[in-house]
Design a protein around this ligand. Structure first.
Ligand code: B12
Ligand code: SF4
Ligand code: SF4
Length: 304
């Protein structure tokens, strides 16, 4: 029979870092995010698209939940290629998009089976960065991305409710000391989403906010041609960060789309069996058909 602390040890043995907190802090987590919204600091579009979904309560279907486990899973950049008129176009999917579902299932499996003492987990629909910073698992960078000691910002975050009474690591959120003297990300951000005068990102200006939108949404004028650097998301503020010196070139080749698949994606008419096949290929990468053709055209226009 495993002790409570051993649950997190199982994750560490797998190479994942984890911390925990009591569910009694859920109201404070709500205040961390909703407090900013009430003060008018979070754009309405951002809130409606992403943040209103968070549920700062113990799930009705899991009333025995006592703690929340927050997990950091190291992830490389994923290289993918497209083939257009005899030209191979290499691009990337940034860390954290790929394997989202797999990672969650792997953690549930590992902990529920590995413990053997009636432990249950349920995925938490909560702001993972806030939970991770509030448990001391991560520190914030000035770019509003979070960092862990060995892998910098190249890690995916995920959180789960559990029926176990785990240690309560609740604490103040911290910014990395290094940021005070640096500011490289502030200078490099192509859309000025990172503000000199406030810590909180202007997320509604971030390139990622725009290229994660469905294809029928055009990029605003301040997203200049030439700034696109990934098929979705943006790596500029993480690439320039000295804290990522050891991981910034950590990349695995994920997949290649041949001429036929690439031209299908560029046409943007997603009907028929090929659409289904491509959806199945895109899904493990964290990509969707609705990102095409806009994001791929933007990269091609970049001259990449
Ligand atoms: C909404 C969202 C977005 C939005 C908004 C981003 C944002 N910064 O909020 C958009 C689409 C723009 C986006 C972009 C990206 N995202 Co995103 N996104 C999310 C999502 C769904 C929620 C984030 C959230 O809670 N935002 C609300 C804001 C208010 O919270 P916050 O950013 O943590 O802000 C806190 C601090 O600012 C703090 N604060 C305010 N003032 C001060 C002052 C001090 C001194 C301190 C210490 C703190 C502090 O208060 C806030 C609340 O705690 C999460 C998934 C999830 N379920 O959590 C992924 C998530 C945060 N995204 C992630 C990633 C990787 C990205 C991108 C890097 C992707 C990419 N390569 O393009 C970019 C990075 C953009 C950036 N510079 O932040 C990862 C982060 C992993 C990591 N290593 O930190 C997450 C956790 C997904 C995952 N499962 O791993 N994302
Ligand atoms: S680039 Fe500099 S200021 Fe920005 S997060 Fe990294 S260390 Fe902090
Ligand atoms: S992800 Fe790109 S656009 Fe967004 S804050 Fe970082 S550098 Fe700026």
């Amino acid at each position: 029979m495993a002790e409570n602390g051993d649950m997190l040890k199982l994750l560490r043995e797998r190479g994942y870092e984890a911390r925990s907190m009591s569910v009694s802090h859920l109201d404070e987590v709500r205040e961390d995010v909703e407090g900013l919204y009430k003060k008018g600091l979070l754009a309405e579009d951002l809130y409606k698209e992403y943040l209103f979904r968070f549920k700062y309560i113990v799930p009705v279907s899991f009333p025995e939940a006592k703690s929340i486990i927050v997990v950091s899973v190291p992830q490389p950049t994923c290289e993918i290629s497209f083939n257009v008129k005899g030209r191979k176009v290499r691009t990337i999917v940034p860390p954290t998009y790929a394997r989202a579902v797999d990672v969650d299932m792997e953690i549930v499996d590992l902990l529920e089976k590995g413990d053997g003492n009636g432990v249950h987990l349920m995925r938490a629909i909560l702001p993972h960065k806030t939970l991770a910073a509030r448990t001391g698992l991560v520190e914030y960078g000035r770019n509003n991305v979070t960092y862990v000691p060995r892998y910098g910002s190249f890690h995916r975050l995920t959180s789960f409710f559990t029926n176990r009474d785990l240690p309560d690591d609740w604490q103040e959120r911290k910014v990395m000391d290094r940021c005070a003297e640096c500011g490289a990300c502030v200078r490099a951000c192509p859309t000025k989403a990172i503000d000199e005068d406030r810590f909180l990102l202007h997320a509604e200006k971030c390139l990622t906010f725009h290229n994660e939108m469905p294809n029928d949404k055009a990029f605003p004028d301040y997203v200049l041609e030439g700034v696109h650097n990934a098929v979705v998301g943006c790596m500029i503020c993480q690439k320039v960060c000295p804290e990522n010196a050891k991981v910034r070139n950590w990349m695995v080749h994920c997949t290649e789309f041949d001429e036929d698949d690439t031209s299908f994606l560029l046409k943007g008419d997603f009907s028929g069996p090929r659409a289904k096949k491509l959806t199945e290929r895109l899904e493990p990468l964290g990509l969707e058909l609705q990102l095409f053709p806009r994001n791929l055209l933007a990269l091609l226009n970049n001259g990449r």
